[in-house]
Design a protein around this ligand. Structure first.
Ligand SMILES: NC(=O)c1ccc[n+]([C@@H]2O[C@H](COP(=O)([O-])OP(=O)(O)OC[C@H]3O[C@@H](n4cnc5c(N)ncnc54)[C@H](OP(=O)(O)O)[C@@H]3O)[C@@H](O)[C@H]2O)c1
Length: 229
């Protein structure tokens, strides 16, 4: 399988090194040096590419998606900080007829965690004695806050029927790959649900799995559909 890595930073490099033993050939690498104004996204550069894996920045991801979709190349979208433009991106993918898998977090554990949190929120929706918080901490180079994963966790709580306030907080320090916590507290007790990533490898392996899965598919998919159907 031939892929393009769009955003050749910490994640892009890890995807390259973990993909090689799985037969994934990186035929194109785009970063701020050869794609600052999207000049790297050309039909010639993308000829023969099966999928592009997008881990650039909040400021560049949507522009990259728009142009890669116009070339008819399938996408795995891992960059965060663009969820406010979800409807537009979904429209771009549908109109171009490509296949795209997105997730603010490609670890299998977090995708299970989304479901655990949603089920807890569904039960807590009926218990007004409990108030909720949502918190995350990441390394200090992370550009967006709160993280896309935390935004999705809160969105899953709302979708599960939890319509009371959720107090949201973020910290940035050191080299932490990502910790997310959802809690419910009452006068009687506390429930704390926490996911801790140990390294970036889990995200990279999930993104590779999504790239293999999206081959030959059309439509806009969430990574949880790849994992759980
Ligand atoms: N979905 C997930 O599982 C997951 C997991 C981890 C991270 N993320 C997200 O993925 C993104 C990247 O994370 P990271 O840790 O790899 O960050 P990073 O190390 O900063 O990598 C981002 C790379 O994109 C480059 N870039 C800048 N402009 C570009 C452009 N126009 N086209 C292509 N590339 C461009 C950056 O260059 P410069 O830094 O020189 O500008 C940098 O090399 C972030 O949004 C992060 O939140 C998602």
């Amino acid at each position: 399988m031939k892929i393009a890595i769009v955003g050749y930073g910490k994640m892009g490099r890890m995807i390259e090194s973990l993909g090689a033993p799985r037969g994934i050939e990186v035929a194109l690498r785009l970063d701020e040096f050869n794609n600052a104004n999207f000049e790297g996204i050309t039909p010639a550069n993308f000829r023969g590419i099966d999928a592009a894996i997008e881990f650039s920045t909040p400021a560049t991801v949507v522009g990259n998606i728009e142009r890669i979709a116009a070339l008819g190349v399938n996408l795995v979208i891992g960059a965060t900080g663009w969820q406010g433009e979800m409807d537009r991106v979904r429209g771009i993918v549908d109109q171009s007829g490509i296949g795209a898998v997105w997730s603010p977090n490609f670890s299998i554990g977090v995708n299970v965690f989304f479901r655990v949190v949603a089920e807890t929120a569904r039960l807590m929706a009926r218990e007004p004695g409990y108030e909720a918080w949502a918190w995350e901490i990441h390394h200090s180079a992370k550009k967006d806050a709160p993280s896309g994963t935390l935004l999705k966790l809160v969105e899953e709580m709302k979708r599960a029927g939890y319509d009371r306030a959720v107090d949201v907080g973020s910290n940035r320090a050191g080299a932490i790959p990502g910790t997310h916590e959802i809690g419910f507290d009452s006068a009687a007790d506390t429930i704390t649900l926490r996911h801790t990533a140990r390294s970036r490898e889990g995200f990279a392996l999930g993104a590779i799995r999504a790239a293999e899965w999206v081959r030959g598919r059309k439509g806009f998919f969430d990574f949880s559909q790849v994992l759980f159907g």
